[in-house]
Design a protein around this ligand. Structure first.
Ligand code: C2O
Ligand code: CU
Length: 492
């Protein structure tokens, strides 16, 4: 090999190549750099991403009854667990292998720059079919989170997974396991949605299969009178725990007395779940990823996208069923915790939800969450719905035909959400944690998703400290699709 092929001495090339490899100079062409690097025996490469998610079409049959056209990460459902440490710099390379559909991955509950938030048209371009996007962001927090597609109905058909951030300092429990709960239907969610909207049902979809008939109006919503609540408008075929049905449940073996940290994630698209472990109380230690003062309860209700960590210790040798019952009572997801000396045995009976229930009022942060002084801004948001047309609104507008909500950097923003509908809405804000206000309490818990029950008003507040455009929406996938969403926009 001649050292003068490019009209430049080998020594110069080496020197320039070394500088370029250190990222300090780009005055040398690609060919020149490669040549120099090869000559020096060193090939500069970007750091390898810690995770690669290949998004593709996968036939899924988690309840063993019917194969469904799923969309998965790396062919598995739930998606691979991402587990990092507080303080890491994370890189996830997402390859869209789908032939005909974009995708976009949202890191639910993570405090990251807007450009990494994964919401098409708001913070990111969607990842086109055959396209690739590398998400990269520093891990500024710890706890239990999850990721999911923010494109169409991909979240309902399998594209989501757990995201765990281990604390830099906290003592470890003997066992640590993710419990991801989801709802599952055999019909195409798009066809179900179109049916709810009164549109023509698509030919290829099994007609009405996913739609709940009993007690529902053809428009998809019950017209119940005052006082009652409408607990679901979608009919599911199964409820799953870590992707498994009750016929072949998820199990965890632990010795009696060992402390088990269960990282509960409600990854349901439109199902609230009530959680209970046979014969054991649950010690709630974290809400939406963040530590709270430990509180013991017998059961808890989880809205879509809420996360709770609970610590349990099996009292004695045996097999104990963990129940996640759909709020409307239509079914449950099950798992079994057992000591190694006994075979796991599932209890299919519906548990009773008596005893102590977790409430937001019982959640206290571990340090004051009072916001720094700053100019105030209040957005009063009426959560509404049009029964006949299956349109869900905020202040009468259905996204995307909806005005952005202005906020300014440094402001203390209050959201007063008034639910005028018969359904529950788990309202989620991207890129920020808000305090859920309970009077003048300085230990109000911080959350990323808050339930607003029928006829209830909930107030939250947060500091506007993360510039960009941020999605704010109901985490019922069908309500989101039908308009219950807005964009918070930082103005100058
Ligand atoms: Cu899990 Cu837009 O959110
Ligand atoms: Cu909703």
């Amino acid at each position: 090999m001649t050292t003068r092929r490019h009209g430049i001495s080998r020594r110069t090339l080496l020197r320039r190549g070394a500088v370029a490899a250190a990222g300090l100079s780009f005055d040398i062409g690609r060919r020149g750099l490669a040549h120099a690097a090869a000559a020096a025996g060193y090939v500069p490469r970007p750091p390898l991403p810690q995770y690669v998610l290949r998004i593709g079409a996968t036939a899924l049959d988690p309840d063993g009854k019917q194969a469904v056209k799923g969309v998965t990460a790396n062919g598995v459902f739930p998606g691979p667990e991402i587990r990092v440490r507080q303080g890491d710099l994370l890189q996830v390379r997402v390859e869209n292998l789908l032939e005909d559909e974009p995708t976009s991955i949202h890191w639910h509950g993570l405090l990251l720059p807007a450009a990494m938030d994964g919401v098409p048209e708001i913070s990111n371009f969607p990842i086109a079919p055959k396209g690739v996007f590398v998400y990269e962001f520093p891990i500024r927090q710890s706890g239990t989170y999850w990721y999911h597609s923010h494109w169409g109905f991909q979240e309902q058909v399998g594209l989501g997974g757990p995201f765990v951030i281990e604390e830099a300092d906290a003592p470890k429990t003997e066992r640590d396991a993710v419990v991801m709960i989801s709802d599952w239907m055999h019909a195409s969610p798009k066809a179900v949605y179109d049916k709810l909207r009164g549109g023509p049902a698509k030919k290829e979809a099994p007609p009405m299969k996913g739609m709940k008939m009993g007690g529902s109006m053809p428009g998809g919503m019950k017209m119940s009178g005052g006082g009652g609540a409408d607990l679901s408008d979608i009919k599911y075929d199964a409820f799953l725990m870590n992707g498994r049905s009750m016929a072949d449940p998820w199990t965890l073996s632990a010795n009696a007395g060992e402390r088990i940290r269960l990282r509960l994630i409600n990854a349901g698209a439109s199902t609230y779940f009530r959680i209970r472990l046979d014969g054991h109380p649950l010690q709630v230690t974290h809400a939406d990823g963040l530590a709270v003062q430990p509180v013991e309860v017998d059961h808890l209700l989880m809205g879509m996208a809420e996360c709770y960590d609970v610590v349990v210790a099996l009292k004695a040798g045996g097999s104990y069923t963990l129940h996640a019952v759909a709020q409307d009572g239509s079914g449950q997801a099950l798992g079994v915790l057992h000591t190694p000396d006994v075979a796991p045995k599932v209890n299919l009976e519906m548990p009773r939800f008596d005893g102590r229930e977790l409430t937001y009022a019982a959640l206290s942060a571990t340090a004051p969450t009072t916001l720094p002084e700053g100019p105030d801004r209040t957005h009063r948001l009426v959560l509404g719905g049009d029964m006949a047309r299956y349109v869900w609104t905020i202040n009468g507008q259905a996204y995307p035909k909806a005005d952005p909500l202005p906020i300014r950097l440094g402001e203390r923003v209050r959201l007063e959400m008034r639910n005028t509908t018969m359904m529950w809405h788990p309202m989620h804000l991207h890129g920020h944690f808000f305090r859920v206000l309970q009077g003048a309490n300085e230990l109000c818990p911080l959350k990323h998703t808050v339930n607003v029950a029928p006829s209830q008003t909930v107030t939250v507040e947060f500091t506007a400290d993360n510039p960009g455009n941020w999605f704010f929406h109901c985490h019922n996938l069908y309500h989101l699709e039908a308009g219950m969403a807005r964009v918070f926009h930082y103005v100058a």
